[in-house]
Design a binder for this molecule. Structure first.
Ligand SMILES: [Zn+2]
Length: 263
């Protein structure tokens, strides 16, 4: 199982080495901004590296919203990121499930997702799997709770999309981690990537504040159980820089290794 971390984008391979990470995730542009990603000077190194690369789309991307001043640029930015991520050999592009505004019909958000995927397909395709990530907050989110995810997947499952399961978001979003992977796979048929994070906040708080795996409000054994059940690459998006994340990676490797040898 490949385990790594979300890192600073300046020199991701050096960050991977500093954490003994098998995989890294990073942003290609300001996560709070609308700037298109620029070509990277280290594209060839990233493409040929032993380390697997994932890209996280900016947080501003919301292809579900009824606000067309956000939805239309979101479509374009998502496609631009997919193409830029493909150029560096990324295995997947992670994007949040998005949400509609209060009072808007959640079904319109699903239809907007379908249109975004149809637009990408008509524009040459993403070039790599786009991994839709569950989110922690909001009452109108497309991928906070599994009932909403099921309605979304009914419509978009036919496109080349995958799923990224974030343990902090699930817990804070109000989904029990026990048995979660089976419930997700019953909907999506797949978990492509796990974001293994503890949560500073309580179950169903709707808040999105990550903590180190042995900190926070989630029993660490539950995080290990999710990672084991998912059997997918893992990224920790936890605090503490290289030291904090190295500790989280070592914890997961230790738990998974000891369970394997004990089994
Ligand atoms: Zn995440």
């Amino acid at each position: 199982m490949r385990i790594g971390a979300h890192v600073d984008p300046t020199d991701p391979l050096a960050e991977a080495t500093a954490r003994t990470a098998d995989t890294v995730q990073f942003f290609l542009s300001d996560p709070q901004g609308w700037k298109a990603p620029q070509p990277r000077a280290d594209a060839e190194q990233l493409r040929t590296a032993e380390v697997d690369v994932y890209v996280h789309a900016p947080y501003v991307v919301n292809v579900a919203t009824g606000n067309n001043r956000i939805r239309i640029p979101s479509r374009k930015l998502l496609l631009a990121h997919a193409q830029a991520a493909t150029a560096i050999g990324a295995k997947g592009l992670v994007v949040h499930g998005g949400h509609v505004n209060a009072g808007d019909d959640p079904a319109s958000g699903i239809e907007n997702w379908r249109k975004a995927l149809a637009y990408a397909a008509d524009s040459g395709g993403f070039g790599l799997p786009v991994l839709i990530e569950n989110t922690a907050g909001g009452e109108n989110a497309c991928a906070r709770r599994l009932d909403a995810l099921a309605r979304l997947w009914d419509v978009i499952g036919a496109y080349d999309v995958g799923f990224c399961l974030d343990t902090c978001h699930a817990h804070a979003g109000g989904e029990e981690l026990l048995g979660l992977v089976d419930r997700v796979k019953a909907i999506t048929g797949r978990v492509d990537l796990v974001h293994a994070n503890n949560s500073k906040d309580a179950f169903d708080s709707g808040r999105d504040r990550h903590d180190n795996l042995r900190g926070g409000t989630i029993e660490p054994d539950l995080l290990v159980a999710v990672v084991r059940a998912a059997d997918a690459p893992v990224i920790v998006e936890t605090p503490g820089g290289a030291d904090g994340q190295s500790g989280d990676i070592a914890f997961l490797r230790g738990q998974l290794g000891s369970e394997t040898s004990a089994a």
